[in-house]
Structure formats: C-alpha cells, structure tokens
Write a protein that binds this ligand. Sequence first.
Ligand SMILES: C[S@@+](CC[C@H](N)C(=O)[O-])C[C@H]1O[C@@H](n2cnc3c(N)ncnc32)[C@H](O)[C@@H]1O
Length: 354
Amino acid sequence: MSFQFNFDDSDLEIEESNVIQNDQQSNINENTITLSSLDANWPSDIIMPEYIDLKQILFTLKDVRLTYSKFKINDETEIIRRELYDIRHQIMSESDPTSTKEIVNLDFLDKDDLLRNVYEGGLTTWECSIDLVKYLDQGFNEKISNNINNIVELGCGTSLPSLYLLTQTFKKNLQNVNYMLCDYNEYVLRLVTLPNILINWYDQMHAQTENIQLLNETQENQDNIVENEFTITTKFIDLFLNYLTTNNININFIKGSWSNKLIQIINEQMPSNNRLILTSETIYQPDTMPLLTETMMKLRNDDINNRIILATKDIYFGVGGNLIDFINLLKSKYSNDTYEIIKNDKSNRSLVLL
Ligand SMILES: C[S@@+](CC[C@H](N)C(=O)[O-])C[C@H]1O[C@@H](n2cnc3c(N)ncnc32)[C@H](O)[C@@H]1O
C-alpha cells in the first residue's frame, strides 16, 4: 500500500512552528558543528553523551503517579502520552532542594519552545512525529516485524514513533527487539520518554484480560485504581522488567548531543544490522543539521537492511533549518546514496527515506 498523508491536524495537541515558503539561500555556514569539530573541541555548553540503563531511571520514578491521554492513530491503534501538566506536577513535587533528583525548572516553556543547547523541545510532541507514526502504520509495518529489530530514535522527546513500534511489539508479543532512545536532555528521557513507554505497556497489557488482575495487584491502594492513571510501584517495576526479560526486549537510553561518542555507545550496545533509525523535527537548526545527518548516516552504515526515516517541516521559520539544505547536504556528502521524499504539499511537511 502506498503511503498518503491523510489526517486532520486539528485533532493534535502539539507544537507547531510557523512555516514559510520562500527561496532563501542555504543557512548552513561556518558555525556548523560536525562530528570532527566536536571531536577536536567539545564546547563546554554542549551535553556530552552518556548511556543510561533502563533500570537506572526506572527506579527514580518509583511512587510517581502517571496521568495520560490517548491519541488515536486508526480504528485499531492508539498511542498514549503523558500529559504536560502531569510532568509539571512531578517537577513541582521534586523541587525540594534536599532531593537527590535533578531539579528542573521549566518556567521558560511559557515563552520559548527551544533554548539553544539547554532545552531543545523534547517535552512536547511535534507534529511531524505523527507523520512518521502514520507512515510506520501504513507503509512500513510488515517490514518491521519481519527483519528490523534494532530501533534507534534520535532526538526522541515524547518518542511517538518508537511508542508506535513498541505498542506493536507488546501487542504482538514480539521478542528479541532492541530500542535505543536518544535525547539531548536526560530529564526529557526521565519525565516523558520512559513514562510514555510504561503507560503504553500498561495499556497493552491491560487490553489482554488475563493480565488485568496482575496489573491491579501492582497498585498498593486497590481502591485507587482509576482509568488513565496508575502508580509506578516496586511491584509494577518488577512486572515490567520481568516482561522485558522474558521476551528479550531491551530498552535503553542515551542523553547528550549527536556525536561520534553517541555513535560509539550505540554500536557497543546494539547490533549494527537490521537497524531502523527514526528522527522527527530534528533538522530545524542549521548549525546542528550536519551533525545529525552525519550521526544518522554513520549509524546506518553499509548494511543493506538498515533504514533511516526522517520527518521534517520543509522550512523552520525563525530558526532556519530546511529540507532543501538537508537534501543538498545529502547530495554533496553522500552522493552514492539514494533517497526518497514523500511530500505533504498541503502542510509543507515531508518524510525522507534513506
Ligand atoms: C523539536 S524536538 C522534536 C522532538 C520529537 N522528535 C518530536 O518530533 O516530537 C527536537 C528534539 O531533538 C533533540 N535534540 C536537539 N538537538 C540535539 C542534539 N544536538 N543532540 C541530541 N539531541 C538533540 C531535542 O532534545 C528534542 O527532543
């Protein structure tokens, strides 16, 4: 089946940056960061990549109560996201200065979507991630279950594309699948990426009636079980980890910037073949577009089964990243590679398949 963009944006509660159409010149210039420039001189304000084991962050969420809402992909599939107000609520309850948890101040979110090298937009869902989910759902599903089992999402944020694949993994009881979720900010991974995974796992398990009793038993206060909420108790964590081990599903995280260091960590943790590299709304910044491009192309390596899918707006107004610069970069640096662009002319958004 060929893929078509056929959904209505009005049902999304998401970040939309303004889009303009013009014939502007390339925004990539001498400030551009590359893999080799980072290796030569790592700026002190750019976060160094670090591998984060699932358990490491999972246990910091113990006793957190998650509230969430469902987003419908089609008649059979829903993805569930943690609400932003719920994240803010957790942050407020952790703001005790004697707490060992990282103190996060999100006051700037009321004014800005992004704060360069500090916060790059990962707490909210951006609209191209839905395009990517739709593509995975309509155009790519068969291939994933057949031969792709190493999934990397770069700049994952709320990680809807990986959540879609994870829900398929849980629903179909697939085994031997590896997920590596990468984001610039550790608190994004802790406050939204992992909670979203837990919520979707809970929902998929709950849909199988034989598991309902088991899930209810993980909740300490049995009278407190309500729809669209649950608490991450020790019993819940044990049940989740046990499920992953039984099915040989690995879910891990990397915080920090796209770089050779990030590539090295992924290569140490994950087989280099049968990889699907996903990324949505990550070429908005002309200075880091080459960095992302080099990182994903190196991760894809030469294995013929490896794939990249990038979802992007055609132009990011005010920041400058754009699809034309990205394609020109591909043509100049990776001239032997073929790519396909699926354009959504109505909304100026595209998918690039590599
Ligand atoms: C605009 S948000 C998009 C989030 C998500 N992919 C979506 O579409 O909803 C950009 C994401 O890329 C990540 N990011 C930006 N610059 C990065 C960098 N240099 N290295 C690693 N991640 C970066 C941010 O942390 C953020 O999650």
